[in-house]
Design a protein around this ligand. Structure first.
Ligand code: EPU
Length: 418
């Protein structure tokens, strides 16, 4: 397994460009299943999760090919509407094929994703909502079997809590259902809005995406897509945090303030100057940040996917910060690893109290989650001496060429091939 070696202590300077969004690409690839014909996606990041989704789709019949950031899917043949455990277990977002498959084929067989390092992550809301549209759902042998006699029927869905992929699954299912669907208590993340826009470009009739109530008038057929993927707001936030933790000055090209308001507010409160420029967002940070409290919440709240990265920044801030994680029940696994680097963090349930220390010291570390791994890279950039981040395959699931991007900003960082 590859690892990443970092010699810390250098402020980052320069410009870096954000890649396309992983979590926007995944549902849009699933949406390609709704229409026979060839869909094309541009600005697709080269990531393990995207390749897994490509394999999952190809296994159902469609022809999938990719060439330097452009991905094509010809979904004319969809003869095997199944997502096997071997692929689903490596990527929970595989569940995004459920809605499109049952909407287009009238049946789907998708493995239940099972547990996950950051929490239980059930899919009960996806299933309940598909049932409200007339799907019959059975759980057998670890699989969700969904069936519908003819087209799904429009219906009313009130989600118990806002779920990103749940909202996305239902947008796709309802787009081809018969009649009107109203989804309430929807997730409002930019990736949900991007999917709705993609579906509208396919001929779907959707209103309200980005608010908590979405109306969908089902249509009889959709056409293939041709889209460029939006920039990755979590990668952008991670790069801003990299500038912040090192006391650097970095322009993150492609970063959009509308997607990152909560994170920008917290970085500013901590003393970093975040400015909007025509090309993106700039973070100019003091040598030491100030402590800030924050709480994760669904969009537009502070994203859980940036919690670990901001916590790394606060581990060397002046003063004590309180961090509350409300979205996932087990998303503090970076804490023990940061402690190995000298951080002073106490966890009690969903709350972490971070007492800023003056310096971190490099150490071998590892994490079992993508964003936790990113926070260890950030800590390594700040720490004195050498940090080796192991199990880099987690990072490779969601960050395209992170070490090259950071090296381009002056970090002493390299990948060690296993
Ligand atoms: N939940 C349920 N029942 C459901 C669905 C969700 O109880 O049927 C709970 C979850 O367990 C969690 C909360 O609702 O406590 C919110 O989960 P959500 O469904 O919104 O998460 P997700 O759709 O599975 C997406 C991202 C995650 C990101 C979360 C929260 C994708 C592919 N994944 O997951 O991204 O953390 O939203 O914003 O879009 C990552 O990229 O590292 C990542 C984990």
């Amino acid at each position: 397994m590859d690892s990443i070696e970092i010699e810390g202590g250098r402020p980052l300077h320069g410009e870096v460009t954000v890649s396309g969004s992983k979590n926007a690409t995944l549902p849009q690839i699933a949406a390609a299943l709704l229409a026979p014909g060839r869909s094309t996606f541009r600005n697709v990041p080269d990531l393990a999760d995207i390749r897994t989704m490509g394999r999952l789709i190809a296994n159902m019949g469609p022809l999938v090919s990719s060439d330097r950031g452009t991905l094509s899917i010809d979904a004319t043949d969809l003869s095997n509407p199944e997502a096997p455990y071997e692929l689903v277990k490596t990527m929970r977002a595989s569940v995004l094929v459920l809605g499109p498959l049952v909407a287009r084929c009238g049946r789907a067989r998708v493995s239940l994703p099972g547990g996950c390092a950051i929490g239980a992550r059930p899919i009960d809301q996806h299933l309940k909502a598909l049932q409200a549209l007339g799907a019959r759902i059975e759980l057998t042998h670890g699989y969700v079997e969904a069936q519908s006699d003819g087209r799904l029927r429009g219906g009313r869905v009130l989600f118990d809590l806002p779920t990103v992929t749940g909202t996305e699954n239902l947008l796709m299912a309802a787009a081809l259902a018969d009649g009107e669907t109203v989804l309430e208590n929807c997730a409002r993340e930019p990736e949900v809005v991007a999917l709705a826009e993609a579906l509208v470009s396919m001929g779907a009739r959707i209103e309200g995406a980005g608010s908590s109530t979405i109306h969908i008038q089902g249509v009889a057929a959709l056409r293939p897509l041709d889209r460029a993927v939006i920039p990755d707001r979590i990668e952008a936030g991670t790069l801003l945090a990299a500038a912040a933790i090192t006391g650097g000055d970095v322009l993150v090209r492609g970063a959009r303030a509308v997607d990152l308001e909560a994170a920008i507010a917290k970085l500013r409160e901590a003393g970093a100057a975040i400015t909007e420029e025509p090309a993106g967002l700039r973070c100019k940070a003091p040598a030491r940040l100030d402590a800030v409290d924050f709480i994760t919440a669904p969009f537009p709240g502070f994203p859980t996917d940036l919690q670990a990265q901001l916590m790394a920044c606060l581990s060397v801030a002046r003063g004590a910060s309180r961090v509350v994680e409300t979205v996932f029940e087990n998303r503090f696994m970076h804490v023990q690893e940061l402690a190995r680097m000298g951080a002073d963090i106490a966890v009690d349930g969903h709350t972490a109290v971070v007492r800023g220390v003056e310096r971190l010291s490099g150490a071998p570390v590892m994490a079992t989650d993508l964003r936790a791994s990113a926070s260890l890279v950030l800590a390594g950039l700040r720490a004195e001496g050498k940090t080796i981040v192991q199990r880099v395959y987690h990072l490779d699931r969601g960050y395209e060429g992170l070490e090259q991007k950071l090296a381009g900003l002056g970090a002493r960082i390299r990948r060690i091939k296993a």
